[in-house]
Write a protein that binds this ligand. Sequence first.
Ligand SMILES: Cc1cc2nc3c(=O)[nH]c(=O)nc-3n(C[C@H](O)[C@H](O)[C@H](O)COP(=O)(O)OP(=O)(O)OC[C@H]3O[C@@H](n4cnc5c(N)ncnc54)[C@H](O)[C@@H]3O)c2cc1C
Length: 487
Amino acid sequence: MTAKQSIHIVWFKRDFRWHDHAPIRSALAAGESVFFVALYEPLLWSTAPYDERHERFIWDSVDDLNAVVSKDVVHFLKVEALEFFKHCLSTFDVKAVYSHRETGIDKTFKRDKAISKLLKAHDISWNEWDYGGVKRGLKHRKNWLKDWYDYVDAAPLATNLDAVRDQALSIPFEAWQHSNTYEPHPYFQKGGTSRAERVLFSFLTERIKRYAQSISKPLASRKGCSRISPHLAWGTISIRQIWHMAEVVDLAGSKRNQRAFVDRLRWQAHFIQKFESACSYEFHPINRAYTAIDTSKVWDEHKFAAWKNGTTGVPLVDACMRCVAATGYLNFRMRAMVVSFYSQYLWLPWEAGARYLASTFTDFEPGIHYTQFQMQSGYTGVNTIRIYNPIKQSLDQDPKGEFIKQWLPELKDLPLPHLHEPWTIPPMMWEMEAWDIGTYPMSPIVDLAQVRKYASDQLYGTKKTKASKREAQLILEKLVNPKNRRS
Ligand SMILES: Cc1cc2nc3c(=O)[nH]c(=O)nc-3n(C[C@H](O)[C@H](O)[C@H](O)COP(=O)(O)OP(=O)(O)OC[C@H]3O[C@@H](n4cnc5c(N)ncnc54)[C@H](O)[C@@H]3O)c2cc1C
């Protein structure tokens, strides 16, 4: 009987890069053969919050990993993770598994528990590392910020790419080989470390000059913001690598913009840490008092479809929803506004909205997404309740209506300022001009002033209850850094 081949397995999760990758370094240090694998898990990936756009991003990222070492060393397999590991255990002498800890959704957490049980039963160690300064099992946030700064200030880890080439093992898994059948997409951001570096370089050396003035605008933000978010979410570059680049590059001479950018890098980890410490964010309002607001009783398929398809009758909201479905990106302010419109004006259950929107963001990051969705819905009891006025946002952030016209071509002939609220156009004017807006609604599908008042009463009413205040205190103690109590 021939001896089984010894292998060390590096499992790429949301960390598709070679450098600043402790699991890769550790696996290579053993000096033996390493199998590098990324998995497309059909049960996980075939439904929201995951989407084709995420799969495409990983394709590009795996391609780039292989291009960087000029060799096909990373295998992208289409198989359930448990099945893959069972197969490896029966076929090879698996020495150890290496990966980062994933602050993921409930399904990925349960999958990891099943794999951990399997590996333990075979006495195989799964070496896992905390990711991006986010800690598992944290009881409070007292020293979190200091520890996080220590983490990002330390030099990123370098990986010996010659060792990768020498030790990488190519195993034919023909039955599971995942094939890329997608045509290039005109809008989605593409994955890969090489692109991440180019995006970051162009931002830090040039685009950052317009950061503050673009950040809230749906059109200008597409160039004026960094656009690094999908790369951070899928780990083609690490937060620490970005941090170091942002500290050393002269940033086109703008300290103020630099500050604004690095603050957001800290927020990224801060939100993911919240989710890591309280993963129930995915299913329940973090402030349990808000479960009393049971919007599931008023589920309205028509309103949900109008929000998703961009036919609510509020042009800026509709342009944003069509844009994000088509391109995978929306800036922060517009994300907050479409969530506010969904949860507060349409008064729909936040869970369904969060799941759908996640599937449209190429940068879907569970730790930021679920926490932000609840915050912008007004369900936390610790944050200021913001009910965005979509007409004011439209006038402020897209004053010439360029973004609206791009995504709602049926409104292109409407004059300003009526373009922002077509229902204010007098009937006489409609008759005289004979504009054709197709099937676009003549007025919003809800009475904006009325529903806004209703949402405000409900949200502020709940915030004032004893139950909400008690919950808020617990949230502050567990999830918020004492030095940063406003976040
Ligand atoms: C409802 C809602 C859902 C969101 N879901 C996600 C998500 O799934 N993934 C995601 O990466 N971001 C999410 N965000 C945060 C933010 O909108 C995006 O990070 C940002 O728009 C990405 O664009 P950028 O990379 O050009 O950002 P920049 O302004 O250039 O910021 C740089 C990086 O800082 C981080 N960052 C920026 N703003 C925030 C913020 N408010 N909170 C936490 N981190 C931040 C991101 O990693 C971002 O890439 C969400 C915001 C809202 C309101």
